[in-house]
Design a protein around this ligand. Structure first.
Ligand SMILES: Cc1cc2nc3c(=O)[nH]c(=O)nc-3n(C[C@H](O)[C@H](O)[C@H](O)COP(=O)(O)O)c2cc1C
Length: 339
């Protein structure tokens, strides 16, 4: 006899709370969720009103962010005992529908439950923009992060010293270009929130970090021409540990896959007590993005640089409510929306 398991409100709440904890470019949270309870499907839509027109005109970073949320949804479903079936871009007539996660039933005795530490890492992961100690992350942990990217359909390249220098130099060039571009600095600044402002989107000034006094790491300057928001420079780690996340193709579904891989890597690091931050500036200029690709690898489409190490936790950023507001059920399916 087949027992029909039913999604209850608490489960939906937990799934959405996990999804919205994902990182997103400038904390735009560019997703919207819709529940079709009859078919036990969570739809993940883009939120076009939270697009960065100048920084992310192709919406690639938006897809990365949504992919990260999809990874959390899937992980939370497994953790709660459900078997998730993820489809990326399931409807060619509805380009804003980026993914569906269908809960096909309870996990069976033969299903492998996920590592609880990975799920536990979801609320612990924050972007840490402070200097790291410089203590190297042991090779087995780096190998686990690399395997995580691979398992999610992407690659994580960990460069040697010369490769790291090259990637940081390109990021520095991008950072300088962003700085010199009034439109981009203005766009970025609109996503920074002043202390005491209770905004559900954007990055609080308190979560920003200092510039590197050693000028080795071009951390993103979110405050642009407004020096009041800028912290005094601090010395960052001398030996920067970086990973370049890339995929072998550069289509919309690859971007969503890269986002899932990004989140798998970040949660793997977090579960081991490793802090992370992202350097995306070079990806925002087509020539510099191309230049960050692995030399002699024509199939390398880079997406983001992940800096990792030991150090202080990030301050965290707010989220719009993940919980669902039930609406009267329009036929044929009841709907729940959030995001
Ligand atoms: C695609 C992408 C690009 C990002 N780029 C940067 C970046 O260049 N610099 C930075 O400090 N943070 C970057 N972030 C991190 C976001 O700012 C961060 O995830 C967001 O503010 C939410 O905060 P949290 O990660 O602490 O939850 C990026 C995140 C994503 C998903």
């Amino acid at each position: 006899m087949r027992i029909q398991a039913v999604l209850d409100a608490a489960t939906v709440e937990s799934l959405l709370a996990a999804a919205v904890a994902a990182p997103s470019i400038h904390n735009t949270q560019p997703w919207r969720f819709r529940l079709d309870p009859h078919h036990q499907v969570l739809e993940v839509h883009s939120a076009p009103e939270r697009t960065l027109q100048l920084t992310d005109p192709m919406h690639r970073a938006q897809y990365l962010s949504v992919g990260a949320a999809v990874f959390n949804l899937r992980l939370a479903a497994l953790h709660l005992g459900w078997r998730p079936e993820v489809r990326l871009l399931p409807d060619p007539h509805n380009p804003g529908l980026l993914a569906t996660v269908r809960l096909t039933g309870p996990l069976g005795a033969d299903d492998q439950p996920p590592d609880p530490a990975l799920y536990g890492a979801i609320p612990l992961r924050h972007t840490s923009r402070m200097p790291f100690t410089g203590r190297p992350v042991p090779e087995p942990i780096v190998a686990e992060m690399t395997s995580a990217a691979h398992a999610a359909g992407a690659r994580l390249h960990v460069p040697d010293i010369a490769g790291t220098r090259r990637l940081l130099r390109l990021t520095g060039v991008a950072e300088a270009r962003n700085h010199a571009h009034p439109g981009r600095t203005a766009e970025t600044l609109t996503w920074i929130t002043a202390p005491g402002r209770d905004a559900p989107y954007g990055i609080p000034v308190t979560a920003l970090g200092p510039p590197d006094a050693g000028r080795r790491i071009p951390m993103r300057d979110f405050t642009g021409p407004i020096p009041a928001g800028r912290r005094p420079a601090l010395w960052f780690e001398r030996h920067v540990q970086l990973g370049l996340l890339w995929t072998a193709h550069d289509r919309r579904d690859d971007w969503l896959r890269a986002g899932q891989a990004l989140q798998y890597v970040l949660l793997t690091a977090t579960a081991h007590g490793v802090r992370t931050s992202l350097l995306h500036q070079a990806m925002e200029w087509p020539d510099l993005r191309a230049a960050t690709a692995l030399p002699r690898n024509k199939r390398c489409h880079p997406h983001v640089l992940i800096r990792f190490g030991y150090g202080p936790d990030g301050a965290g950023a707010p989220r719009a409510l993940g919980h669902s507001a039930a609406r009267p059920a329009p036929p044929p399916a009841a709907e729940t929306e959030a995001g």
